[in-house]
Design a protein around this ligand. Structure first.
Ligand code: F0G
Length: 463
């Protein structure tokens, strides 16, 4: 059968409140044209993020009921621990409340003044945690990763030659670890190949450096490897995942993505001395080692979620449904970062509204147009988000001295197991309407904004 259906039935539903265009116009103005300031109940289709917004399965909800809330040594912790061990092979496993908590602990231990941390592309919170420690973050995506039109199958790959050069110029003693983000969120949700992970591992070995994964979307990445990398078609996703983790010395994971939960994170390490330091920091700020800032029920939901995400019928549907949105937009003449990523589609708002200059925030203008037209909430990744930082790189990634030219992007992130194909068809119809009168979409100016992370709270007016 050619149609790839949602591999689940819906057992529990959450109503969407329908709104009129006139009502949305009012909400938009009351929120000063900032979608972060709009109440979620006034949004019809929420594509702001795929993080923590997924639907849990009946088995996960059952786990919630059996959560063991003992302070120390809860059964729920051991179920979480055993699952993560089974999937990744790691023995040293800490739960944290979300990805950035893992990052904060890691970089407090390994970062610091004078150090340099390479990554294919740092996610914002990773960049912020590296910099907060006093270290410098460097993005080293391959050239194709900076070109939105390139159809390279693994645009998330790291430029291995550039990594070698950076290590030689900086001195390996100043580089505490090398990091690879799978999939590369800030680079358009693009995957990293097994070949690239192996090549980065080789460089790390030659210089005695540890390799860490930012493994938020490890299962989606493994699915792309199975589909696109030579010789990987006959392996199971679980085997590929295992090899990805076998190749590294540690990982930070936000379980709000491929952990299929609303809240949770993981920190993995091989080095016992490092693990001891991380354990002490975890106890200091997150909680005891067998709960790490979470409830026993959250650990149960993770133990189950990490199992479900490896189901190949789920991953086939997941990646196909994102590609469906991307392909239809391209057919409609909407330029996106190609090929479609795993968790999100990144629309080139600069190309959609060439009449709006970067200083009038075309991404923000398109985000507002999508909301006004159909109550769709998307996220600007362009001059609003990165305008006060150095330029974002080609895909609107984390800024930095090495960053390339900024792009004006709008990210449509797809929550896991939440929307059906007709919801996505509706989003496409909203785009059709927006396209019809794109020439009349007005630019934006900032009325009020804080110094840092302004996209969350800035107030705008139409030009
Ligand atoms: N790393 C990557 C690649 C991420 O995409 C995120 C979060 C984090 C780390 C941090 O995890 O939110 O659990 O602390 N990304 C979300 C997004 C927020 O919308 O892309 P967290």
């Amino acid at each position: 059968m050619p149609t790839i259906i949602e591999p689940f039935r819906i057992k529990s539903v959450e109503p969407i409140t329908m709104t009129t265009r006139q009502e949305r116009e009012g909400y938009l103005r009351a929120a000063h044209f900032n979608l972060f300031l709009i109440r979620a109940r006034d949004v019809l289709i929420d594509l702001l993020t795929d993080s923590g917004t997924g639907a849990m399965s009946a088995a996960q909800w059952a786990g919630i009921m059996r959560g063991d809330e003992s302070y120390a040594g809860a059964d729920s912790f051991y179920r979480f621990h055993d699952r993560l061990h089974e999937i990744t092979g790691f023995d040293h496993i800490l739960p944290t409340h979300q990805g950035r908590a893992s990052e904060r602990i890691l970089f407090e231990i390994m970062g610091g003044e004078g150090k340099v941390v390479p990554n294919n592309t740092h996610f914002d919170t990773t960049l912020a945690n590296v910099e907060h420690s006093g270290a410098r973050a460097v993005n080293l995506p391959i050239e194709e990763g900076r070109d939105p039109r390139s159809r390279h199958p693994f645009k998330g790959n790291m430029d291995v030659v550039a990594l070698e050069t950076l290590i030689t110029e900086t001195g390996a003693e100043h580089i505490p670890l090398v990091m690879l983000t799978v999939t590369n969120n800030s680079g358009g949700g693009q995957p990293v190949s097994l070949g690239n992970i192996r090549a980065v591992r080789e460089v790390c070995d030659r210089h005695g450096l540890p390799l860490f994964l930012d493994a938020c979307r490890f299962a989606e990445n493994a699915w792309f490897i199975k589909q696109r990398e030579e010789g990987q078609q006959d392996r199971s996703v679980a085997e590929i995942v295992r090899e990805m983790f076998d190749l590294c010395d540690g990982a930070t994971i936000s379980a709000k993505k491929d952990g299929m939960v609303n809240m949770g994170g993981v920190l993995l390490m091989r080095d016992p001395a490092l693990f001891e330091k991380a354990t002490n920091l975890l106890i200091l700020t997150e909680g005891y080692v067998t709960y790490g800032g979470l409830s026993g029920r959250d650990l149960e939901a993770m133990a189950q979620g990490f199992k479900e995400v490896l189901r190949e019928d789920y991953l086939r549907y997941r990646i196909r449904s994102t590609a469906y949105l991307g392909e239809r937009l391209l057919q409609m003449g909407v330029q996106i970062i190609e090929p479609p990523g795993g968790h999100a589609i990144y629309v080139d708002a600069g190309a959609l509204c060439p009449h709006i200059p970067a200083e009038q925030f075309p991404g923000q203008a398109v985000v507002c147009a999508l909301y006004r037209e159909g109550g769709v909430r998307a996220c600007e990744i362009g001059s609003v988000m990165f305008g006060t930082h150095a330029a974002g790189d080609a895909a609107g990634g984390a800024g930095g001295a090495d960053a390339g030219p900024a792009m004006e992007l709008v990210r449509l992130a797809i929550p896991r197991r939440v929307y059906t194909q007709s919801h996505i068809d509706y989003v496409l119809e909203v785009f059709e309407e927006v396209l019809k009168h794109r020439d009349s979409i007005r630019g934006m100016r900032i009325v009020e904004a804080p110094a840092a992370l302004r996209h969350f709270t800035a107030k705008f007016a139409e030009v």
